[in-house]
Design a protein around this ligand. Sequence first.
Ligand SMILES: [Fe+2]
Length: 212
Amino acid sequence: MTLPILRRRHILLGSSATLLPLSSLRAEMLAPTPRQTEGPFYPTGFPADMDNDLVQVRGQQAQAMGEVLHLKGRVLGVDGRPLSGTLVEIWQCDARGIYDHPRQPGRDRRDAAFQGYGRIMADAQGLYSFRTLKPVAYPGRTPHIHLKAASGDGRLLTSQFYIAGDPQNERDGIFRAAARQPGQRERIEMKLAPAPGVEAGALATDMDIVIG
Ligand SMILES: [Fe+2]
């Protein structure tokens, strides 16, 4: 996987604070995932089932409507070290564009087989994974998945992921603001690919979350 980098102009070393020029030493820093608005639909109450499989609600036969997407990656600091133990949350609307939220008009028409929210703790390597849906548009927004990541050392990132190449992205003000820099764009655009080895008919994407 290629990772966008930011380069520090200088590095301070030790107590002597020796200033080394760019040409003599480079520290490669990862571009952080851009911070974006939480939006109005973060859950006011959590579902009974809030595991990392949003497509299947525990105790229900039906699977959620929509295209299954396996979303996974690592949670990293800008220095590239895995941030194990980070709590990663995602939430999104169902295949009809309806959130499970009191502020959602037509909430009663939502797909009750879609969990809508899920969470997982990143493992020792910083890995997280979700089985969820390819996001769909709703009025005023391009398709997106909301996320929050809370690291063990108290850092919190709120952001959103989008579908790379979706023509609606460029008309979405939140996307445009978050994608100004090339390194940031790569952090929020999900490149979707079929994943027959993971699940027949499903899509997969690999998205590292970099907390600055
Ligand atoms: Fe949203």
